[in-house]
Design a protein around this ligand. Sequence first.
Ligand code: IMP
Ligand code: MG
Length: 184
Amino acid sequence: MCTQGFEYLHETVGPVLLESAKIQARVQELGQQITADYRGKILHLIAILKGASIFHADLIRSIGLDVTIDFIALESYGVSTESSGEVRILKDLDESLEGRDVLLVEDILDSGLTLNYLIQNLQTRGPNSLRVVTLLNKPSRRKVEVHADYVGFEIPDRFVVGYGLDFGQRYRNLPDICILKISE
Ligand code: IMP
Ligand code: MG
């Protein structure tokens, strides 16, 4: 059964893969690790919209450092569950990355096409450092090699929704991460 309180979604949303409490605990751990790794620095955390918005909001509050934030919106998926391989910037960053310590915050690393494109693009903007944190990793689906410096959870090859992740723009508000029924 999917998340409590969201039973009306039972026809499309299947079982819980990661419960809210488990996600929250792991986000706190990631925050502590990142805090230790960047001690004394100002960290610039970029959320890749829209999927990473909820993870980003929780993660920045678990980091005990001076942080700044920005947002970038990319398009790599339509309503399908497969990456088109084409990545387009829908909304670019507001601020320059010149000389900054940048941490890219992603919801899920799947084929790697999105992050591969974005890392190459952002490297040309002169950051002092550029690392990646992804909440979820589906290593079995990789098409291009991408290194994630921090990973929340490795998950099997299933399409998941909730905690920011969508299917056709729906289900981002589920507190748990659930498996989509057609992908069970
Ligand atoms: P990639 O380019 O194939 O690595 O895909 C990355 C993007 O695809 C993520 O930022 C998500 O927006 C989306 N995506 C990949 N797998 C899933 C999934 O299981 N659920 C929801 N979105 C996904
Ligand atoms: Mg995304």
